[in-house]
Write a protein that binds this ligand. Structure first.
Ligand code: GLN
Length: 295
């Protein structure tokens, strides 16, 4: 079988399994399993694919046909220009969440302390630390497996090589990022300059209607936001005062339609300058606010 032939039959298999953008996934899996990229496919699609590679490729295509997300098969997802390791214990980082990271970066200054609640793969906290200087952060999650992966991501992405700074073989940055198993603030100590969170926010009753990739394979505990989807916002807003310095910022990712409710909760809790920020699709995506001086 040629590379082109393999790609074409993979497209057909994926299409008939209802996989969206079948051609893209067939191409990405071919590159992942066989090292044949899009350019190779176009220029040398008539080259033969050896039996071992064929087997590996169609094994992955079959898994993708059962709607396992592509990223759980390749093990990576890019977020904020950084490649994060992902597995079935963490939510796959979404492009929409980059809005939260970008908004947080606008307000971070050197040396600030950041707390990331429901950190998952660690994508938010690690990118904030990657793109700032001298900041430190703590990421918490209920899942020990997620935290182990977040820690590996920090090790890979926050490592400053000796070449970048001759005076230090190991950078301080990695040491300034730690992860802890905690139910929100339960095992958190200290006061932070910024708290960020992309908590679970899907209404429990709407989980069944999600696409199979999300519903059947992404961790339910990363998705389920309770009956009205707002459980985590209520808990975080209710408890954060003790852990956020006065004048510090709280930033959330939210689901569409939650902007008003979350803003109101923040205002009632004494947050000022509460803003709802839209994503590139024009949907409310982030709510931010500054903790006021008065209780
Ligand atoms: N903070 C992680 C992310 O944005 C995980 C979010 C979650 O588990 N709800 O990808």
């Amino acid at each position: 079988m040629t590379c082109g032939g393999a790609w074409r039959s993979a497209c057909e298999l994926l299409r008939s399994a209802g996989v969206p953008e079948a051609e893209v996934d067939a191409g990405l899996l071919l590159e992942y399993a066989c090292g044949v990229n899009r350019g190779d496919l176009l220029a040398h699609g008539d080259r033969p694919l050896d039996a071992g590679k064929q087997e590996a490729y169609f094994g992955l295509v079959e898994k993708r046909c059962s709607r396992i997300p592509l990223q759980y098969l390749t093990g990576v997802q890019n977020f904020m220009g950084l490649d994060f390791l992902v597995d079935e214990h963490v939510l796959i980082p979404r492009q929409d969440t980059e809005i939260l990271a970008e908004e947080a970066l606008k307000h971070l200054h050197d040396g600030m302390r950041i707390l990331d609640l429901c950190t998952g793969s660690g994508c938010i906290l690690i990118s904030l630390l990657h793109y700032t200087n001298g900041c430190s952060g703590v990421g918490v999650d209920l899942s020990g497996e997620a935290l182990a992966l977040a820690d590996r991501n920090a090790g890979r992405l926050l490592w400053r090589s000796a070449g970048e700074d001759d005076t230090a073989a190991l950078g301080g940055t990695y040491e300034s990022c730690s992860f802890r198993e905690s139910d929100l603030f339960e095992r958190v100590d200290g006061v932070f300059d910024m708290i960020v969170s992309n908590p679970p926010y899907i209404k429990s009753g709407e989980l069944d209607g999600l696409m199979p990739e999300v519903r059947d394979y992404e961790p339910q505990m990363a998705l389920d936001g309770g009956g009205d989807g707002l459980t985590f916002y209520r808990r975080i807003i209710g408890q954060c005062r003790e852990y956020l310095r006065r004048g510090g910022m709280l930033l959330f990712e939210i689901g569409c339609g939650q902007g008003e409710a979350v803003s109101r909760l923040m205002e009632q809790a004494g947050f000022l300058e509460v803003q709802v920020i839209k994503d590139y699709g024009g949907l409310d995506r982030v709510v931010s606010g500054t903790l006021g001086i008065m209780p």
